[in-house]
Design a protein around this ligand. Structure first.
Ligand code: 6R9
Length: 633
């Protein structure tokens, strides 16, 4: 989403934290901590000491084979041991680890000890199936405790998980499953969404027709829909049956710091989705450190991140970050406005949520219903708020600040990506905030705004957002595609990581993220690739060619605008529009929100045949077309 920079340049308001927030905080002085972080390796070494390692590292960072950096070389560690096992020997043993809540009002609590037992059973079950260290297990599950249990079980035995977001549909699912070469899928009968049940089993059944590598499917009965044992095929087994008789003890696998932990698919601007690969040690250090200091996680906190586990936000900050810190994490299944737009505020009041982390699109959506709903509930338990996923517009920031935070709780606007694994640009609670700015790089992170050749641009001027030094939770490669990894991220601007966003820095060194510099869309905070949407369109018999751009939308940030060349004899009329909407939804899922379709005779292309989406965007927004010298005609 491109932002209106003229408005942002006028944004001069500064918000200072109250004394209480600063006094309570782990980090009381933001600027000092940034200074401390400049002693880069020592800083990240100190942070790693907060975890329990089976064996310490020989070296904090190995840069000999750039960009294949290695962190905590030869360190041995297990994520699940740190996130679950170690707490059961402490006073946290009977503390709630997961508080599951759904939009129907059902609740389920799992203590650390209960979670420990469940994870071990699942880990043993997977081992019995022949899952070994390094094997991949795929999951297509709702936001429910069993998803966390399955992921933690994989991490315990060294299997690599690959979670497919439950809002993605058949086509997207098939592509991700096949790329990961998974033999096992864990799925469920359904998930709750806005009063309906989405039948995940049906989607996965259809997808599996095209996924030859899957040998076993574990099916969770979650919504209680009518699936009987007799309905299951030979390779399917119910989740409960699968765990029956499995012992509740399991030794953690000693993982090398650089052993793979998970693959998570995300969208790029071209080609198939990218399998972002994260490894173990550095990822753990990165997510635990950022969550602890940005959201100042303390003993008495109740943490709620509304992000979906199917995206990186859920991986890092619904599951791994909070459990590594031994806090209670809320797992919420459902929509923000169901049964009414006060649903989330009601949960905050009822359970006394202290830290609340959500997306700008959700804030804008709830803002539409006015101040009424947040004012019905007592939200005074809140201490820190946060946002992620896209730039937050100052109006939404102010609404959140006033009506939810009651002008007392600072807002952490966290910039990061699937690839970065952890927050990279974000304030700490002791920072001075400017609405709409993610402020400064996290201590120990080196970011800048540069031109195409890597030279810093003058303050106030837009440029490419880059990260100049490696960071612990960085992705290590794209699954089975090292070349694309180097080419897309590291070879574009010499010596640095190119994030794919445009940004500018102001006179105080604050970063203002302006949106993607490539063709990636952010629809309601979800990352959607133009190439994937286009291929969904052209897989319909009526469509010859498609080009897709983002169109700004007041709530969702962006929606899809599609330019379509139709085959002979087709016209873009109501019936076909409906059909295409349905078709794209079937291929990609509800994340692909189409705002508009336009039938065209031609698409602007370069002489080498690449669609020039930049020109379509410029035309759409009435901007100057810029350089058109590479245009075919
Ligand atoms: C965590 C996540 C990454 C892209 C990123 C940027 C946008 C995320 C942002 C933000 C402005 C923020 N983005 N957080 N833009 N301010 N606080 O969203 O990961 O799905 O990989 O998307 O999201 O454009 O490049 P992912």
């Amino acid at each position: 989403m491109k932002r209106d920079t003229t408005v942002l340049l006028d944004e001069k308001r500064i918000f200072k934290p109250d004394v209480e927030t600063v006094e309570r905080a782990h980090v009381k002085n933001w600027e000092n901590e940034i200074e401390k972080g400049k002693n880069f390796e020592a800083y990240w070494e100190e942070k790693a000491e907060e975890l329990e390692w089976f064996e310490k590292w020989d070296k904090v960072l190995d840069e000999t084979n750039k960009p294949f950096y290695q962190w905590y070389v030869n360190g041995k560690i297990n994520l699940t041991y740190n996130a679950v096992d170690r707490w059961i020997y402490t006073e946290k043993r009977n503390q709630v680890a997961i508080l599951y809540i759904n939009e129907r009002g059902d609740e389920e609590k799992l203590t650390y000890y209960e979670l420990y037992r469940q994870v071990n059973k699942m880990a043993n079950g997977l081992k019995n199936l022949g899952v070994n260290k390094g094997d991949t297990v795929s999951m297509y599950l709702p936001m429910c405790p069993e998803l966390l249990i399955s992921m933690l079980a994989c991490a315990k035995i060294g299997a690599v998980h690959s979670v497919v977001y439950s809002g993605l549909s058949v086509g997207a699912f098939v592509e991700r499953m096949n790329d990961a070469n998974a033999k096992i899928l864990i799925t469920a009968d359904g998930t709750y969404r806005r009063g309906k049940i989405i039948n995940l089993k049906k989607i996965s059944d259809e997808a599996l027709l095209q996924c030859p590598t899957i040998e076993t499917v574990i099916v969770l009965k979650h919504t209680g829909s009518e699936i009987n044992v007799s309905d299951l095929s030979g390779r399917e087994i119910f989740y409960d049956r699968f765990l029956e008789g499995e012992p509740a003890e399991c030794e953690p696998e000693w993982m090398d710091a650089e052993d793979p932990l998970f693959i998570l698919y995300t969208s790029g601007s071209t080609g198939k989705p990218k399998g972002v690969l994260h490894t173990t040690g550095g990822y753990m250090v990165g997510v635990a450190t950022t969550l602890k200091n940005i959201f100042d996680i303390q003993k008495d906190d109740l943490w709620w991140c509304t992000g979906d586990i199917g995206w990186i936000t859920g991986h890092s900050y619904v599951i791994y970050g909070p459990l590594l810190l031994g806090t209670t994490t809320i797992v919420y299944e459902g929509a923000p406005d169901y049964p009414d737009p006060g649903a989330w505020w009601k949960i905050i009041e009822k359970h006394g949520v202290t830290k609340f982390y959500t997306a700008p699109t959700a804030i804008r959506h709830l803002m539409r219903f006015g101040n009424k709903y947040p004012n019905i509930y007592n939200l005074s338990s809140l201490r820190i708020l946060g946002t992620v996923g896209e730039p937050i517009n100052p109006e939404a920031w102010m609404w959140f600040y006033k009506n939810v935070g009651k002008e007392k709780t600072p807002i952490m606007d966290t910039w990061w990506q699937t690839e970065t694994g952890m927050h990279l640009i974000s304030p700490l609670p002791s920072a001075h905030l400017k609405p709409g700015s993610a402020t400064k790089p996290f201590p120990g992170v080196d970011a800048d705004v540069v031109d195409e050749d890597g030279n810093p641009v003058p303050l106030g001027k837009g440029g490419y957002l880059v990260i100049k030094k490696p960071w612990p939770a960085m992705f290590r490669t794209l699954y089975e595609d090292e070349e694309r990894f180097q080419q897309v991220y590291w070879n574009q601007i010499p010596g640095v990581y190119k994030a794919g966003d445009m940004a500018r820095k102001d006179e105080d060194g604050y970063f203002w993220i302006q949106g993607r510099s490539d063709d990636v869309l952010k629809i309601a905070g979800h990352r959607v690739g133009t190439a994937e949407v286009e291929s969904a369109f052209v897989s319909h018999p009526a469509v010859a060619e498609a080009a897709v751009i983002g169109k700004s939308d007041p709530i969702k940030g962006q929606v899809i605008k599609a330019f379509l060349i139709l085959k002979e004899g087709y016209q873009l009329k109501t019936k076909l529009i409906e059909e295409l909407n349905k078709h794209v939804r079937y291929e990609l899922g509800p994340v692909a929100v189409i705002g508009e379709m336009e039938q065209v005779e031609k698409l602007p292309k370069t002489r080498s045949g690449k669609i020039m989406r930049r020109l379509l965007r410029a035309k759409e927004s009435g901007e100057d077309l810029g350089d058109t010298s590479t245009l075919e005609e």
